[in-house]
Design a protein around this ligand. Sequence first.
Ligand SMILES: *Cc1c(COP(=O)(O)O)cnc(C)c1O
Length: 393
Amino acid sequence: MAFEFINDNLLVQKNASRYRQRVCIQQVNTDSPPQNTKIVMNGKTYINFSSNDYLGLNNHPKINQAMQEGIDKFGICSSSSNLVTGFNYAHKALEDKICEWLNKPRCLLFSSGFATNEAIFKTLGQTINQSKTHFFLDKLSHASMIDGAYASKASVKRFAHNNMAQLAQLLSLNDSPNKLIASEGIFSMDGDQAKLTRLEALTKQHNAWLYLDDAHSIGLIGNQGQGSSSVLKGDSECHIIMATLGKAIATSGAFLACNEVLHDYLINFARHYIYSTAISPAIAWATIQSIELIQQEKWRRDKIVELSQLFINELNGNIKIVPSDSSIHAIIIGNEQRSLEVSEKLKKQGLWLTAIRPPTVAVGTSRLRVTICANHNVNEIKLLAQCLNKALI
Ligand SMILES: *Cc1c(COP(=O)(O)O)cnc(C)c1O
């Protein structure tokens, strides 16, 4: 039979409790106003603690209204790639909005965060006259960064998670002119933060560039939700910032913010940008409204901090939880099977918490990844902590 490995590989996953299946959500937001944290699956309603809608902006009436306005003005579809006739006023307005928000000269929109990461690593990862680009990636960087880096013509080094001493060592052994240090701002599966000040200092010292994937920080850090780089002061700089629009921003697509010349370079050489349909102009229009809400409504960020504190306080002291200053709270269980069992127990009590297993996380660190969102309420958080306390005895 052709492609026999398909069945073999699936069987391996099943035997290791790593087999993955999708679940189909029938309905979100069961109450009115339509902005709660409930999901309906197989006729049963659950409180969702696995969503990346950190700020609770999905289905916000103002964003929905902007979406409708965008459809009326520009249509749903861009009908072409950016370099043909796909780039229109809605895209330009969103790029300008992001530049102003992040204080960056230029911005480029991509169809997904995954495509953005692949694009940047592939286009910067060159070998020219035997001189290679060198990428230095935090070990816990997202799959799309790793795939992009290894698919490029660069040399790739990965330093242990947040280990600045190891990064300094690797950099000191390298005198290549083209070095890019890459990290997530807040790490997706652990919820901890990159050591930004240290990363920036090392970048400057070694004449490198700093690249931040702010998928889980955009909207959450900074007084206007500008993301991780807002902690940098004075003339310190993060050279390239990317973030998805599909998490806290609650629309779809992604952006990359950078200087003029890199922007120009990407428009000319990034294949994910050139050979792909421009994102929906209606979504771009809706995203501007979402960013305005993020800038104005600081209470959403404050609420996440408050509820996170409550959650930690309510949880039994012996439960192993990764220290976090974000929406993401990882409860490390260990093996795959036990994580699935705990997740099943919680489902019976109406709480949706997906077990995260290898290869998404390292072997032996299967976990429940709790996300606390601005639209959860105190009772939901207390219930979650109580159920976890019981399930993890
Ligand atoms: C979700 C995520 C991405 C991918 O973004 P999409 O827009 O969903 O493709 C990239 N990087 C990190 C760290 C992410 O968590």
